[in-house]
Design a protein around this ligand. Structure first.
Ligand SMILES: Nc1ncnc2c1ncn2[C@@H]1O[C@H](COP(=O)(O)OP(=O)(O)OP(=O)(O)O)[C@@H](O)[C@H]1O
Ligand SMILES: [Mg+2]
Length: 263
């Protein structure tokens, strides 16, 4: 069976010590599919992403990427963390170029630097490339982390609230850039994108997976039926958009209320 660059999560359970965090997670993401993970704070979205990235090991169950068990982090799975992680001792350009070097050892120094500058330029950081992360604002550091992940040109892209620290204008620009880069991919990258924002999920994703808390589990899934390219103004005006948004918000609210009643 050919799986392409698909992600498969089967019967996944995870605990920190004796604290159950994730239970019974079943998730398949097809090659080239863009899946948004939505859920309340603490529902285990970041934990699930860390498991996909190979930074944590499942307590139970199996995770495969392109048909192979995930045994640790790898250059096939670029990650943007919720809290941007740049090396403070390197310039922004070197942060990106180093990551490219790790993922593509065959590329020459000039090519790596070229690719780093290109991607930094695309996120609006061309001028900031020679500076160090501490000289940049939080939003700029986040954009640098996004440029680094895109520059890897890896088949899988795992993003944890990547636009959370951005102002609305940069957020919209980066959403458009991400979709453009993703649509241009041959084959398209397989994306798992964590967000708190239902509108963002419906703007970007092919499918929305909703998680509930205590323990973290999948409580709903919705295919996002809207044609691409999606234009914000038109999309946000559609009745079907509002209906789907409402259904997702209801699932999230019901889970949050159930959680409060347990406390
Ligand atoms: N290193 C850790 N040790 C122990 N518990 C942890 C650790 N990291 C996370 N947790 C717990 O795991 C649960 C899930 O956390 P996680 O960060 O995955 O949630 P999240 O859905 O990403 O939340 P948010 O939306 O706030 O980012 C939380 O209850 C959290 O306290
Ligand atoms: Mg998180």
């Amino acid at each position: 069976m050919t799986t392409g660059n698909s992600l498969r999560v089967e019967g996944l359970a995870f605990a920190y010590g004796d604290r159950e965090i994730l239970r019974g997670i079943e998730l398949n993401v097809a090659e080239g599919e863009f899946v948004a993970l939505l859920g309340p704070s603490g529902s285990g979205k970041s934990t699930l992403l860390r498991l996909l990235a190979g930074l944590e090991r499942p307590g139970r169950g199996r995770i495969t990427a392109a048909g192979k068990p995930v045994a640790g982090p790898g250059p096939d799975r670029a990650v943007v963390f919720q809290h941007y992680a740049l090396f403070p001792w390197m310039t922004v350009a070197d942060n990106v170029a180093e990551a490219v070097a790790k993922a593509h050892p065959g590329l020459g120094r000039a090519e790596r630097r070229q690719r780093a500058w290109e991607h930094l330029d695309r996120v609006g950081l061309g001028d900031a490339a020679p500076r160090h992360p501490f000289e940049l604002s939080g939003g700029m550091q986040q954009r640098a982390a996004i440029a680094r992940a895109l520059a890897l040109e890896s088949p899988f892209l795992l993003m944890d609230e990547p636009f959370g620290a951005l102002d609305p204008i940069n957020r919209a620009k980066l959403q458009d850039l991400l979709i453009e880069v993703w649509q241009r991919g041959r084959p398209r990258r397989t994306v798992v994108f964590v967000t708190h924002d239902v509108d963002e999920a419906l703007l970007l994703a092919d499918r929305v997976v909703v998680m509930g808390a205590s323990p973290g589990r999948i409580i709903a899934e919705h295919v996002v039926p809207f044609a691409r390219p999606r234009k914000r103004a038109a999309l946000f005006g559609e009745t079907a958009f509002h209906e789907l948004r409402e259904r997702i918000a209801e699932a999230l609210d019901a889970d949050t209320l159930a959680g409060l009643e347990v406390v």
